[in-house]
Design a protein around this ligand. Structure first.
Ligand code: ADP
Length: 389
C-alpha cells in the first residue's frame, strides 16, 4: 500500500511521542472512521496493518477501537472482542509483571506516560512497552486516550546481553591485570624473594596472562561467529586419538579438585571428518565446565557411543546443575547462571555459544539436560556420513 509522505510523517511523529493536538484530532477521527476525514480508509488500513498495538479508549478507559496487533499482543482472538473492555485490565492480564506502575498512572488520571511490563518472571518471557497519550486539546476529546503497545522483548534481551558483556569484560580484564601488576611489581621491587617464591610468582603471572589471552580468543571467536565468518576445515580424523588427547589435557584440572574422571569409548571408533581443533576445543570446554561447576570429590563421566548415522559424546557431571528456567539460555552468549556458586567460578559465558555453533557447522548438535543439585549432561552429536567427504 502506498502511503502519502506527509501522512507517514505524521504517523511516525505520533508514534515517537511528538504528537500535537491537531495530529491527535486527526487520529481520533481516523480511528473512529469519521467519513468526513479525507483518506480515512487509508488511515484505517495503516492502523490495521501496523505491528504495534494501537487502541483508543473512552473517558472510562473502555476500548472503543483496537487494531489486530493490539488484540494479538494482549492475547485476545480478535479486536472486536475487546470492545467495551477496560484497556488497563487487558494489558495487565497480558503482562502482569511490574503492572503496579501502570495501575498507579491510570488511577492518577489521564496524563501521557510510557511504562514497561513483563509477561513473566524472566525477560525472555516477554516485555511490553505501553505508551498512553490523552486526547486533550480537541473539542470532543473528553478524557479519551490513545494507547500504543509494542513488544520490546528482543530489545530488552539485547540490552541485557550488552550489560552482561560490559560486566564480564570488565571483570575478565581487570582481575588478571591487577594480579599481573601486583606480582610483577613485587618481583621487581622486593628484595630477598627466594627462588621458589619467584617461580611461584612467575607461574601466577603466566596463568593470568593465559586467562587474558583465552578471553581475547573467545571474544574473537564470537565476533567471527556473529559476522558469519566462522568456518570449519574438516579432515579425516582419528577420533580415538583426539579423545585421548582431550582427556589427557583436562585430567590435571580434575586432579586439582580431587574429582574422578570416568570414561567409556566404543570398542571400534568410527573415523570422522571434522575440524579437529574446533571439536577438541568444544570437548575441552564441556569437560572444563563439568569440572568448574562440580564440587570437589565429584564425578565426571565422558561417554562416546556410535548411534545410527552419528557419534554421540556425553559429558555428565554430578555438580550444581542448571534450573529449568535457565537451561534454555545456557547457549546464549554471555549467559551465566544467577546461582552464586556459579558466579564464584571464573567464566565468560561465551564457551557454550561458540561450541553450539561449531556443532551446527559440522551438521551436528549440542544439547543439555540438567537437574539442580544433581548435575548436568551435555551431548555433542556429530554425523557419521561426513566421513567420506
Ligand atoms: P562460562 O563457563 O565461561 O561461564 P559457558 O558458555 O561455557 O561459559 O557456560 C555458560 C553458563 O552455563 C555457565 O556460566 C553456567 O552458568 C552454565 N553451565 C555450563 N556448563 C555447566 C555445567 N556443567 N553445570 C552447571 N552449569 C553449567
Amino acid at each position: 500500500m502506498q502511503v502519502a509522505a506527509s501522512e507517514a510523517d505524521q504517523w511516525n511523529s505520533l508514534l515517537s511521542g511528538e504528537s500535537d493536538a491537531e495530529l491527535l484530532r486527526q487520529l481520533e477521527q481516523r480511528l473512529t472512521g469519521d467519513s468526513s476525514c479525507e483518506s480515512g480508509s487509508q488511515w484505517r488500513a495503516i492502523v490495521e496493518s501496523i505491528s504495534d498495538g494501537i487502541c483508543a479508549a473512552d473517558s472510562e478507559g473502555r476500548i472503543v477501537q483496537a487494531n489486530p496487533a493490539f488484540a494479538a499482543l494482549v492475547a485476545v482472538a480478535s479486536s472486536d472482542m475487546l470492545m467495551g473492555r477496560s484497556v488497563c485490565d487487558e494489558i495487565v492480564a497480558a503482562a502482569p509483571g511490574d503492572s503496579e506502575q501502570l495501575i498507579e498512572r491510570v488511577s492518577r488520571g489521564m496524563t501521557a506516560f510510557v511504562c514497561e511490563l513483563r509477561r513473566g518472571a524472566e525477560l525472555a518471557d516477554g516485555v511490553l512497552r505501553v505508551a498512553c497519550v490523552p486526547l486533550q486539546g480537541t473539542a470532543d476529546s473528553d478524557g479519551s486516550s490513545v494507547w500504543q503497545i509494542r513488544d520490546v522483548t528482543h530489545q530488552k534481551l539485547a540490552e541485557e546481553a550488552r550489560n552482561q558483556f560490559v560486566f564480564t569484560a570488565t571483570h575478565e580484564l581487570r582481575t588478571p591485570l591487577c594480579n599481573l601488576k601486583a606480582y610483577a611489581e613485587t618481583l621487581a621491587l622486593q628484595d630477598g624473594i627466594d627462588v621458589d617464591q619467584q617461580k611461584e610468582f612467575c607461574n601466577i603471572i603466566n596463568s593470568e596472562a593465559t586467562r587474558l589471552a583465552r578471553f581475547v580468543d573467545e571474544l574473537l571467536n564470537i565476533s567471527q561467529m556473529e559476522g558469519g565468518g566462522l568456518s570449519v576445515t574438516k579432515h579425516q580424523t582419528d577420533v580415538e586419538r583426539m579423545l585421548k588427547e582431550v582427556l589427557d589435557h583436562v585430567r590435571p584440572q580434575f586432579d586439582k579438585k580431587s574429582q574422578t574422571l570416568e570414561y567409556s569409548l566404543p570398542a571400534k571408533m568410527p573415523k570422522l571428518s571434522v575440524d579437529k581443533d574446533k571439536i577438541a576445543g568444544t570437548l575441552i570446554n564441556l569437560l572444563g565446565n563439568a569440572c568448574k561447576y562440580t564440587p570437589e570429590d565429584g564425578t565426571i563421566r565422558f561417554t562416546a557411543e556410535v548411534e545410527p548415522g552419528s557419534l554421540a559424546m556425553h559429558v555428565e557431571d554430578s555438580g550444581y546443575g542448571i534450573s529449568s528456567e535457565e537451561l534454555p539460555r545456557v547457549f546464549d552468549k554471555f549467559f551465566r547462571s544467577s546461582d552464586q556458586q556459579v558466579r564464584d567460578v571464573e567464566g565468560t559465558g561465551l564457551g557454550l555459544a561458540f561450541a553450539k555453533e561449531v556443532a551446527r557447522l559440522h551438521g551436528g548438535s549440542l544439547t543439555a539436560q540438567s537437574e539442580v543439585g544433581r548435575g548436568s549432561r551435555f551431548t555433542l552429536t556429530l554425523p557419521l556420513e561426513v566421513q567420506n567427504d
